[in-house]
Design a protein around this ligand. Sequence first.
Ligand SMILES: Cc1cc2nc3c(=O)[nH]c(=O)nc-3n(C[C@H](O)[C@H](O)[C@H](O)COP(=O)(O)OP(=O)(O)OC[C@H]3O[C@@H](n4cnc5c(N)ncnc54)[C@H](O)[C@@H]3O)c2cc1C
Length: 384
Amino acid sequence: MAVPVWATAVEVDVAIVGAGPAGSTLAALLAQRGVRVALLDREAFPRDKLCGEFLSYDALPVLAPLGIVDAIDAAGAPHITRGRIVGSRRTYEFALPCAARGVSRLFFDDLLLRTATSHGAIRLDGTAATTIDATRVNDIRARAVAGAWGRWGRFDQQLGRAFVRDRAHRHFGFKRHYRGDHPRDTIDLYAFPRGYLGVNAVEREITNICGLVHADRLAGHRGRWDAFVETISREEPHVGALYARQQPAQEGFLSSDPVIFRARDAVEAGVFMIGDASGVIDPLAGNGMAMAVQSALLAAPFLLRLVESPAHRERIEREYRRAHRAFFAKRIAWSRRAAFFLSRPRLLDAALATLRGTGVAELFLRRTRASHEDVSALAERWFC
Ligand SMILES: Cc1cc2nc3c(=O)[nH]c(=O)nc-3n(C[C@H](O)[C@H](O)[C@H](O)COP(=O)(O)OP(=O)(O)OC[C@H]3O[C@@H](n4cnc5c(N)ncnc54)[C@H](O)[C@@H]3O)c2cc1C
């Protein structure tokens, strides 16, 4: 493919670090408007990624106008319409208000990156960002820089972000793909002490089992996830029964960098943060990718203003911080409350015994997601 003339220059309007759902969505949105965008990722795509791979329905109004929803449906991503919370002795079932999707990160992230490129973003995957400030990434000069490097990266230390020092609340994730009999329209959440598992189908008849566990529980397992799965299977027979029904479809487990849920600033040293770099919702909410793409849509108009009026930087930063807090802070807090119960199977059982018929799952879904009106209004303002 011919390289645009300006792609050889080291100057762009917006440089974005990280081509996960946040970075690639932002690149696509801005490039679609004619903004010159460079999108860096340290990994070469397609690449796999640890995730539950449950794409919440409130991401769809952002992704549909980019053609992403049609593309994942064409790839056979299952429509997920039901949920089950599985405690030691009780199961709680609920309906989702709209169909979510199960989609592998290998496919989804690559699709988003290709979409951004098709709109004209310069694709620099396989290129790690090593130096950054408000107007520069490596040797690329930009009028604005967006940080989309996920929940944990080298710049978090370099920028002195407070959450990096938190050692008491560290969690780790683990995932593996399986072939088994999991219903394609259902997401299950299984409790085990100080952690939980999410189970749902993705495209190609695959079932993904992805867990999150407090770091304290991993002492003695020396990073051996198969040994840890044996431990929780012994502790919780329902977890053992789940794994017994599956055959691995992927060599080994993928695991994550530390997951820390402390609050983060949406602008650090002039860098506009989006996705997990701007705030991490507990994975049990299944809303991290939705927040990532929504934060890209939220940030896009601010970055556009900054490109056009660099002299107004201070005001634009202040307004973005405020808009980010209003859109995301409450759902992050709600997700942590629910995670407290889900990682304590006995307490969860007691709660499930009293909660049946109270609509508590529906309340949780509402509180941990953007309302259809809010996200559609955001999308309409940008796309119309
Ligand atoms: C156990 C677990 C289960 C989860 N399950 C779900 C789920 O089912 N549904 C859901 O919606 N969310 C889930 N999440 C959350 C979801 O994975 C994240 O919210 C989402 O990936 C955030 O997207 P992002 O684009 O902000 O960051 P990421 O997807 O983390 O992407 C960041 C990118 O930045 C790149 N990068 C990092 N540093 C550099 C650098 N220096 N230079 C260049 N590139 C760099 C990385 O290579 C990466 O590609 C889960 C999380 C965990 C831990």
